[in-house]
Design a protein around this ligand. Structure first.
Ligand SMILES: Nc1ncnc2c1ncn2[C@@H]1O[C@H](COP(=O)(O)OP(=O)(O)OP(=O)(O)O)[C@@H](O)[C@H]1O
Length: 366
């Protein structure tokens, strides 16, 4: 098991990149600590697979270093890096039995046969495929094949880390949840560094203690699911995490804070102070639908809004309200009743009103 440090790492698939847009990974520094259960979350094309392949050695980074426990491994082959990688689609030998498939990585590493037997049995039990051990892999279902593929990654005890690249894509939705829990359990049991790539926030937060959110070749935030929800460090994190995502409104500076149209937004004094130090005109405020309050009567700091739409999602409702030219989404209880077109009063608690300049969160200095 190793700490994996990506130092000043950047990668372009182009031989002569002419600008940041030619990079799949823009310059970043990141540490995956020993024994952590991590997710690497982001939309298609943001660079997740490239990062995993750089760690495992399948891709050589065009800039920077990959360090395992402080030792540079850029020149080491994937085999010598001792990383197990599980891909989106099963990588197994069809002509071998399940047992032979699971035993293969151990045999290659000259593990004594008694230990191979024990270990294969242990992993097969965890993945609930012990009754398939003597079946030929070609006769398995797609789900079972992927379980074997995962087992081949999990079976080795000496690995620096296990990297999972969207491993549950081919798995039946019913089984997905169960397998994610299993992986988490395996992590707790064997204490291995695991990095799990996904574009699904639910998958990321059920598996990982900490999530790295990737956007456009950069890690824009590395935090717990709660931190990503409550303090999105970048507008993309606000938008991508949550269902629906954060309300983001373009604003301009005003005498007391910021405004859009004739709506003045009251900021905290420290936000005003920090904003005054910056020149950018790319300013947004963000607030999650869960943190906006809707009232029948005006409050001191409320804004009058019009109800535009309402969606009943079973256990809660999402109300769309119009404030000047903006539409904000508000999450309300299931029993909330209101007619479309009625006028309500909206308030945004300052504690949950985030200020973004050039897409990054303005944070209170301690
Ligand atoms: N072998 C390659 N040659 C050239 N460009 C590539 C290659 N592999 C990936 N890219 C490009 O690099 C960028 C990052 O791709 P990558 O596959 O790492 O993203 P991803 O986040 O894993 O996406 P997905 O979830 O769709 O797999 C994309 O613009 C992609 O088109």
């Amino acid at each position: 098991m190793a700490e994996i440090h990506l130092k000043s790492l950047a990668h372009s698939y182009s031989k002569s990149p002419s600008g940041p847009e030619d990079y799949a990974i823009r310059q970043l520094d990141h540490v995956w600590h020993k024994g952590g259960a991590y997710a690497l979350l982001g939309p298609s094309g943001c660079g997740k697979s490239t990062m995993l392949n750089i760690i495992s050695g399948l891709v050589q980074p065009s800039e920077g270093e990959v360090l395992f426990d402080g030792k540079r491994v850029n020149a080491l082959s994937p085999r010598d890096r001792n990383i197990a990688q599980v891909f989106q689609f099963p990588v197994i030998y069809d002509s071998m039995t399940v047992y032979q498939n699971l035993a293969f990585p151990l045999k290659n590493n000259k593990v004594p046969s008694a230990r191979i037997k024990e270990r294969v049995q242990e992993i097969a039990e965890v993945l609930e495929i012990e009754d398939k051990l003597h079946k030929k892999a070609k006769n398995l279902t797609a789900d079972e094949k992927q379980k074997v593929s995962m087992g081949r990654g999990l079976v080795r005890e000496d690995v620096s880390a296990i990297l999972f690249d969207e491993p549950l894509t081919v798995i039946d939705p019913q089984l997905k949840w169960k397998l994610r829990r299993k992986l988490k359990q395996i992590h707790e049991q064997f204490d291995i560094t695991m990095v799990y790539v996904t574009h699904d926030q639910l998958e990321a937060s059920t598996f990982a203690d900490k999530i790295a959110v990737m956007y456009d070749g950069q890690i824009v935030q590395f935090g717990t699911p709660t931190e990503l929800f409550e303090q999105p460090n970048h507008t993309f994190v606000g938008y991508f995490i949550g269902s629906p995502g954060m309300n983001l409104i373009d604003v301009e500076r005003s005498a007391t804070g910021v405004r859009f149209g004739s709506t003045e937004i009251t900021l905290s004094p420290w936000q005003v102070e920090q904003l005054a130090r910056l020149n950018s005109t790319n300013i947004k405020i963000g607030i999650r639908p869960e943190f906006i309050r809707l009232e029948m009567k005006p409050l001191d700091d409320s804004y009058e809004v019009e109800v535009m739409d309402m969606e009943d999602l079973g256990t809660y409702k999402i109300v769309d309200v119009g404030l000047e030219a903006q539409t904000l989404k508000v999450r309300v209880d299931e029993d909330f009743q209101v007619a479309i077109g009625s006028r309500l009063h909206l308030s945004m608690p300052s504690q949950w009103t985030m200020l973004y300049v050039d897409e990054f969160l303005i944070q209170e200095q301690s």
